[in-house]
Design a protein around this ligand. Structure first.
Ligand code: UT7
Length: 390
């Protein structure tokens, strides 16, 4: 009979890497051999980009902005938006199918779904169960994560924790967004931007659209997914995370209306005021993002004894290319270790990091065994970093 024996249990203390916590809290042997805590290995990935590509020049047809401003201030050159028949769960499901294919995993093998998004199809339920249904999966547990631009890393930590604890062996982790619902313009304005109508915005519409110009030019729609599987052998897998959340400054980046703090939670006055559209103090968020992303990246590297030179790639959330260039400089990383896709897709919120992972693993910039650091900052405020051996 195979028996497990607990050699040492001294309780959880804060601090230390995940492996250190495991080693000082629980050490198991099976048949005289030490049992290792399972690692969550990313064994496949896939993405789905929304179909309608919109350039900065097209945006400038309906908003007081310019290609030059958007490009130099954010790095965005174009973004893709979903058509009206496509919701976040659709992009997520398409990305998930590709991820399962690339992993060689059948949908029936998945025993946990984690779906990160800040633009769910419905106020409730979340997208997790919608994805489960669209993929025709068995009724496995489905978590919805809503930590905005840090959503993928929060989801990764949740998936990793389930695998380390032995509560799941195969996890489907999805980040997807359809931001176009936040956009302030009318359907007619949008048709004009795309060159499908000859009717330009009225003066009032132009001013209304331009009120949100610092925000709406940044975002785009996409879904991306990874499949994680438990492994007791080798060094591959998620190594460590450092996540943070602090709500004191939540109102510097939030949707001020359409929440249950209001009675009713949505009404015509809120819509007329534009309270359903996010507000953002761009400079404040920029400063917080640069400070926290650089600091959390350093923390994770230092406590795992990893020098920046040992990293193959650093996948940073794509909110603004200048934020990432600042972090790159602080960490002393060369250009080839910090990939970007913001120029093609804009900020796809929960999808940015898995999109980068998918691109880099497909074109060979990341190969099995490479050390990869992922770093994000988002509304909440939330931020974090995860260290992974591909
Ligand atoms: O992922 C979630 C977290 N979000 C972020 O990380 C975003 C962080 N913040 C940012 O990326 C930047 O702050 C922005 C890209 C949003 C803005 O760049 P900025 O260099 O901080 O510009 P600013 O807000 O200080 O505005 C500078 C000027 C202002 O005009 P005046 O007052 O100097 O005349 C703005 O009205 O740029 C103007 N402006 C624009 N002009 C043309 C703001 N948005 C636009 C625009 N087109 N789209």
């Amino acid at each position: 009979m195979r028996r497990s024996k607990v050699l040492l249990v001294i309780g959880l203390r804060s601090g230390g890497t995940l492996d250190e916590v495991w080693n000082r809290t629980m050490r198991l042997t099976r048949g005289g051999r030490e049992v290792r805590m399972p690692r969550a290995v990313i064994i496949g990935s896939g993405s789905e980009i929304a179909p309608t590509r919109v350039t900065n020049d097209q945006m400038a047809r309906i908003i007081d902005t310019s290609d030059e401003w958007i490009r130099t201030r954010s790095g965005v050159e174009a973004r893709h938006f979903a058509t009206p028949d496509i919701a976040t769960s659709d992009l997520g499901a398409a990305a998930a199918r590709r991820a399962l294919d690339s992993a060689g995993v059948d949908k029936d093998e998945v025993d946990l779904v984690v779906f990160a998004t800040m633009t769910p199809d419905h106020f409730f339920p979340g997208c997790g169960t919608l994805l489960q249904d669209k993929l025709g999966m068995p009724p496995v547990p489905c978590f919805d994560v809503r930590q905005q631009c840090s959503g993928f890393l929060y989801g990764l930590q949740l998936a990793d924790a389930h695998i380390r604890a032995g509560m799941a062996r195969t996890v489907l982790l999805v980040g997807a967004e359809v931001h176009i619902g936040f956009m302030p313009w009318t359907r007619e304005n949008y048709a004009y931007a795309l060159g499908e109508s000859d009717v330009p915005p009225t003066k009032e519409e132009w001013e209304w659209n331009s009120r949100f110009r610092h925000l709406v030019v940044l975002f785009g729609d996409a879904g991306s997914a990874v499949v994680l599987r438990a492994s007791e052998e080798g060094e591959r897998g998620v190594i460590d995370h450092d996540l943070h959340g602090a709500g004191a400054d939540f109102d510097k980046l939030c949707v001020p209306g359409t929440g249950f703090k209001h009675r009713p939670y949505i009404d015509a006055e809120q819509l007329a005021r534009g309270d359903h559209i996010p507000v953002m103090d761009g400079r404040f968020v920029f400063k917080m993002a640069t400070t926290h992303m650089a600091a959390v990246a350093k923390t994770v590297l230092e406590r795992n004894g990893i020098a920046p030179e040992q990293l193959k790639m650093v996948l940073m959330h794509q909110a603004n290319k200048r934020i990432n260039e600042y972090c790159q400089k602080t960490l002393g990383l060369p250009d080839e270790k910090v990939p970007h896709n913001i120029h093609k897709y804009g900020n796809t919120t929960a999808a940015t990091i898995p999109l980068l992972w998918d691109e880099c693993t497909r074109d060979g910039r990341i190969t099995p065994g490479d050390l990869v650091l992922m770093v994000a900052f988002g509304a909440g405020m939330t931020w974090g970093a995860s260290l992974v051996r591909a």
